[in-house]
Design a protein around this ligand. Structure first.
Ligand code: C2E
Ligand code: MG
Ligand code: MG
Ligand code: MG
Length: 283
């Protein structure tokens, strides 16, 4: 009897495994079609200048509108795209679209694009970026590429070489999600990174966590020594906003100023102050 029950449980387990494998295979199949079927969109989230409170630029964030599943989060499909090598094509679409869009904004506005560590393994990345910039006639310094510390985990020599070649083009490089994962002060290399983005997990609620304030203070001091631009991510409240400005963050990004929105809505935010930008984003 116990054996029969065991078999039942095992069969359930087997079914769950099979469902998961099938689900993954279907997702993989759909993901391969998403680019040709034009199911990707870019949304833009404003980066606000701490002093002038004006929009300085936008971070481009990919969105997948699946015909049946609806919105699929990049957190769910980017890792899969990396695994099956599709991230190179998707990344090329993201970069060229963001560059083309940015070329339509005033010269004071820049665009930030997330680059997967897998893309940095490709020696052809700098040429792809340089071609996209020339096609759109966008000056290289209006593009910032965001990478995470995980680039230091695999083939760091090759990846660092690609980053140096990107910087030689005049493109800016940001270290994203700083403070999570393997954060090491050794990563704050000024010859590679122009910008440091403090991860939202540190920023959120910092105004009520004194130990976090000390950590951010230390990060800001170091980044200033290296003349890096400091951006606080994930600012959702007035309190956290005021604190980040007080601590010396140069730019602020977060739901307080606006969620990621389509190109047209982002364009409406250009030239407005953040309070107006927020009003636009919330309608
Ligand atoms: P990320 O680069 O750190 O982007 C910031 C994420 O935080 C975005 O999530 C953004 O919508 C979210 N966010 C912004 N402000 C707030 C806030 O105030 N509160 C909270 N709770 N969240 C906030 P999203 O768009 O879901 O993207 C998640 C991650 O997926 C990104 O993290 C990035 O690592 C990756 N990703 C997104 N687009 C791309 C892309 O085009 N290429 C690559 N390789 N990765 C991408
Ligand atoms: Mg980012
Ligand atoms: Mg980030
Ligand atoms: Mg993040």
């Amino acid at each position: 009897e116990a054996k029969a029950a065991g078999r039942g449980v095992y069969r359930q387990f087997e079914c769950a495994m099979q469902n998961e494998a099938e689900n993954r295979m279907r997702l993989e199949h759909d993901l391969r079609l998403a680019l040709p079927l034009k199911q990707f969109r870019l949304h833009y989230q404003p980066l606000i200048d701490s002093h002038t409170q004006e929009v300085r630029g936008f971070e481009a964030l990919i969105r997948w509108q699946h015909p049946v599943r609806g919105f699929v989060s990049p957190a769910d499909f980017v890792p899969l795209a990396e695994e099956i090598g599709l991230i190179h094509e998707i990344g090329e679409w993201v970069a060229s679209t963001a560059i083309k869009d940015c070329a339509q904004w005033p010269a004071s506005i820049s665009v930030a694009v997330n680059i997967s560590p897998i893309q940095l393994l490709s020696p052809g990345l700098p040429a792809m970026i340089s071609d996209a910039l020339s096609r759109a006639k966008l000056p290289a310094n209006r593009l910032e590429l965001e990478v995470t510390e995980s680039v230091f985990l695999r083939d760091s020599n090759g990846s660092l070489d690609v980053l140096r070649r990107l910087r030689a083009l005049g493109v800016r490089i940001a270290l994203d999600d700083f403070g999570t994962g393997y954060s090491s002060l050794g990563y704050l290399n000024r010859t590679i990174f122009n910008t440091l983005k403090i991860d939202g997990s540190f920023v959120r609620g910092a105004s009520v966590r004194s130990e976090t304030v000390s950590i951010i203070q230390a990060i800001v001091t170091l980044a200033n020594c290296f003349q890096m631009t400091i951006i606080a991510e994930g600012v959702e409240t007035q309190e956290d906003y005021r604190l980040m400005v007080e601590l010396g963050c140069h730019q602020i990004q977060g739901y307080l100023f606006g969620r990621p929105v389509p190109f047209d809505r982002a364009t409406e935010m250009v030239g407005t102050r953040w309070s107006e930008a927020r009003r636009l984003a919330s309608v």
